[in-house]
Design a protein around this ligand. Structure first.
Ligand code: MG
Length: 339
């Protein structure tokens, strides 16, 4: 009897050890799956897989803070199948980061922490159009210390520089990257280019050198940016510049006008051919075509179809793999005054 009891105890311990070992292996595999690196122009993970992340950007936190919460993120991951979320932390408008950094970071942390909990990649987006180098360096030093050990965090250090030169953007990017790399040696950093992230071809002629795991943001709005803009990106890719589509949509760059299904499909085909990651703009209820939620749409989701605008329906279908190509504009966007 004593011998039988000992046998039971030893068996239980062995089972427990096997279970722990299994959990550790699963954790190791998840860590390798989530840990990103850039090889050539391609985003990869530590398992050696090619990585193509897809998702949505939240709107400016200063205007639409109600979507900066854990339940909204859970909906976007579970119901929309996002593998990437972008938190557009507003920098300059009145009341944004420059005026109230504590509230801006509170909104941001809600999103980043929720994404990490869901094992989903997240972009910390310095959503600025103007130079704020001093503030950006202070901010990203904090972010790198707080999140540099998480494989899920990506830094976008300058949303969209406006009319400026590559030399100027390059200098800013170098200084912010150097600050981040003091605390975080490896997470992916997205670099900007002049004219709202359009000039990747100019950046490709004189890229930042001496850094690993940096990629260049390309933004497009298919109602305006078409073959000529893909030509610039093709030129950049051919010269070895890694491209990341950190913001895109299907109408004019003002976020207005009809969805151009035909031109957006051309972009999607190009994105998939090149295995690029992409983010659609944006989860917001503003009176514009590029906002995905109707003004009466609930905050946390899941959203019924009549709570989404046409662009929200399309983006959700794309992310779920349910989209069926539409070759013409099929209906008008419902216009309701808001904001
Ligand atoms: Mg790191």
């Amino acid at each position: 009897m004593k011998r039988f009891f000992s046998f039971l105890v030893v068996s239980a311990v062995l089972l427990l050890l096997a279970s722990c070992n299994g959990n550790k292996q699963a954790d190791d595999t998840e860590l390798k799956r989530a840990t990103l690196k850039v090889e050539g122009t391609q985003l990869m993970n530590e398992l050696g897989d090619t990585v193509q992340l897809k998702g949505v950007s939240l709107g400016w936190h200063i205007f639409w803070p109600r979507f900066y919460n854990k339940n909204t993120i859970n909906t976007l991951v579970d119901d929309w199948h996002c593998t990437l979320i972008r938190a557009a932390m507003s920098v300059e408008p009145e009341g944004a980061y420059v005026d109230d950094s504590i509230w801006a970071k509170k909104c941001l942390y809600e999103v980043v922490d929720a994404c990490i909990e869901k094992k989903t990649h997240v972009i910390i987006d310095w959503h600025s159009h103007g130079y704020r180098e001093k503030e950006a360096k202070e901010f990203f030093a904090q972010m790198a210390q707080k999140y540099g050990d998480s494989p899920y965090v990506i830094y976008e250090i300058f949303n969209e520089p406006e009319v400026t030169t590559w030399d100027s953007v390059k200098s800013y990017c170098r200084n912010v990257i150097d600050t981040i790399r003091m605390y975080d040696k490896d997470n992916i950093i997205l670099v900007a280019s002049p004219h709202w992230d359009q000039d990747v071809d100019i950046a490709a002629d004189s890229p930042l050198e001496g850094y690993s795991n940096i990629m260049y943001s390309l933004h497009f709005y298919a109602g305006f940016h078409q073959k000529w803009h893909r030509g610039r990106a093709d030129y950049a890719l051919k010269k070895g510049l890694p491209i990341f589509v950190s913001e895109c949509a299907s109408m004019t760059p003002f976020g207005t006008g009809d969805i151009n299904y035909v031109e957006f499909q051309k972009w999607l085909d190009w994105i998939n051919e090149n295995k690029l990651s992409w983010i659609a703009w944006s989860v917001a209820p503003k009176n514009e075509t590029c906002s995905m939620i109707q003004p009466w749409g609930n905050t946390e989701g899941p959203w019924k179809e009549d709570e989404l605008k046409e662009w929200g329906v399309m983006t959700r279908e794309l992310l779920r793999g349910e989209y069926v190509y539409r070759d013409s504009v099929v209906k008008d966007t419902i216009v309701v005054e808001c904001q």
